[in-house]
Design a protein around this ligand. Structure first.
Ligand code: PLP
Length: 451
């Protein structure tokens, strides 16, 4: 006999399977908790089971769940007006754009914001703007990158999530290898060599494509869903120099890295490199409403003073999303959230390194701020991935996620890399509790491998 809670959760799961297409998953047999509530670092399912959210959803709910400042701002806006035509001005839109520009890296010069509903749209629009500004067509992106899944953004993406969208996608996207010290594409274990060789490779790629035809280099300042890869010292600065020499616009995709994830407003700031434009989404509202956008440095925004901006969406600058953004930015300020992410970094690094030291299958720990990854391998010496990257499935990593779930924790990951990116306000005690679940799940994988 099922309890009322169990029967409710089973019924919802059945309805979900029957009517919802779940992203990136084979639909048959999907079995996940039914999330109905969130509070702080915790998600709750329909049965009342609590899960600590170790990845801020999809590296997005930077304030955790249910933050009262964001909810209050949204309630106030909803009572006043929910939709204003994007072609007319709106108070919340003006206020949020000003606040985002104040965080952007062009101190005195400033900039202007074009709002979208998410990161994919933002990257597609950024490329459209870069092409209009420069009169050039090509765009360079890295192989290990994700810039979104709508066809245009998928065409910009480096990895296998672009494959299904490749036919008929816009021409002119050229990919390059960026540095990855743990798995060097440049055959070196020395980070300085890695930077030097990666920059030489990028220079050669730019030369072969003709810099006069390249509108932009679009890149994540720290690679997100392709493995949380922190570029070695000097790489981003070298890319900036190359763009300065060639008139190519440097566009940072800050969809994951923006709004405090790396302990600074934007990732470029953390590494002292100033782009010409940046895209954002996720953390701008702490994921409480769908919102993304492009910030153009003022000198480039001026390109559209006398010619029409080549883009627009029904929900550009949607007032409810604007209020979520304003609430989130206020909460980040009042909670000192970006500094708290920076303060989490040493303990996250130490605690995750400790897991690596005690478990041969944890091959690498890397990250910055509150944005880390565990990379799973057969053993430390071989570094052989426990599950092939871009392969058909999760393999033994499914055991890891099942182990997390049964211990009341959730994390997002791909193939052999698990993303540890908790809400920026996570306490040490909450982190410790969550890492007990992570270690238990690692032990489950070790048992499974032993057979
Ligand atoms: C770096 C990066 N860019 C773009 C996107 C796409 O954003 P969205 O899912 O909001 O379209 C993502 C999503 O995870 C991302 O991580």
């Amino acid at each position: 006999m099922l309890s009322p809670a169990e029967s409710t959760s089973r019924e919802i799961a059945q309805r979900h399977r029957r009517y919802v297409l779940t992203p990136w998953a084979a639909q048959a047999g999907l079995d996940t908790p039914v999330i109905v509530r969130g509070s702080g670092v915790h998600l709750y399912d329909a049965d009342g089971t609590r899960y600590v959210d170790l990845s801020s959803g999809l590296v997005a709910a930077n304030l955790g769940h249910g933050h009262p400042t964001v909810l209050g701002a949204m309630h106030e806006q909803i009572d006043r007006i929910c939709f204003a035509p994007p072609s007319w001005f709106n108070d919340a839109r003006a206020e949020l754009a000003e606040a985002i520009v104040a965080l952007a890296p062009w101190a005195d010069e400033g900039g202007r914001v074009f709002f979208t509903t998410g990161g994919s749209q933002a990257n597609e629009d950024a490329v459209k703007f870069a092409r209009a500004i420069t009169g050039r067509h090509k765009v360079l992106t890295a192989y290990r990158s994700f810039h979104g899944s709508s066809p245009g953004a998928a065409a910009l993406t480096g990895e296998n999530r672009r494959w299904v969208s490749e036919s008929g996608t816009p021409a002119g996207v050229v990919r390059f290898w960026a540095p990855f010290p743990y798995r060097s594409p440049f055959d070196t274990t020395d980070p300085a060599d890695e930077t030097r060789r990666a920059l030489a490779h990028l220079r050669a790629t730019v030369a072969a494509e003709d810099p006069g035809r390249i509108a932009a280099i679009l890149m994540e300042p720290v690679v997100g869903s392709n493995g949380v890869i922190v570029y070695p010292d000097g790489y981003l600065a070298g890319v900036r120099r190359l763009c300065d020499e060639t008139g190519i616009l440097l566009v940072f995709d800050e969809v994951m890295t923006g709004f405090g994830r790396l302990g600074a407003a934007f990732g470029g700031e953390r590494y002292g490199v100033v782009p010409d434009a940046l895209t954002f989404a996720k953390g701008v509202t702490s994921a409480y409403a769908p919102l993304g956008g492009v910030v153009l440095r003022e000198r480039y925004a001026r390109a559209f003073d006398d010619v029409p901006l080549p883009g627009g969406h029904t929900y550009s600058g949607h007032p409810v999303a604007m209020s979520a953004g304003l609430g989130a930015l206020r909460a980040y300020r009042e909670e000192d959230a970006f500094d708290r992410a920076l303060a989490l970094e040493p303990s996250l690094r130490a605690k995750l390194n400790d897991l690596r030291d005690r478990h041969a299958i944890v091959g690498d720990v890397r990250g910055a701020g509150a944005f880390f990854a565990l990379e799973f391998v057969s053993d430390h010496a071989s570094r052989a991935p426990l599950v092939a990257w871009q392969g058909a499935g999760m393999g033994v990593m499914a055991t890891f996620y099942a182990g997390l779930r049964k211990r009341g924790a959730y994390a997002f990951g791909r193939y052999n890399v698990v993303c540890i990116a908790p809400p920026l306000l996570t306490s040490e005690a909450e982190l410790d509790e969550a890492l007990v679940a992570v270690e238990g799940a690692i032990q489950d994988v070790e048992s499974a491998l032993r057979g």
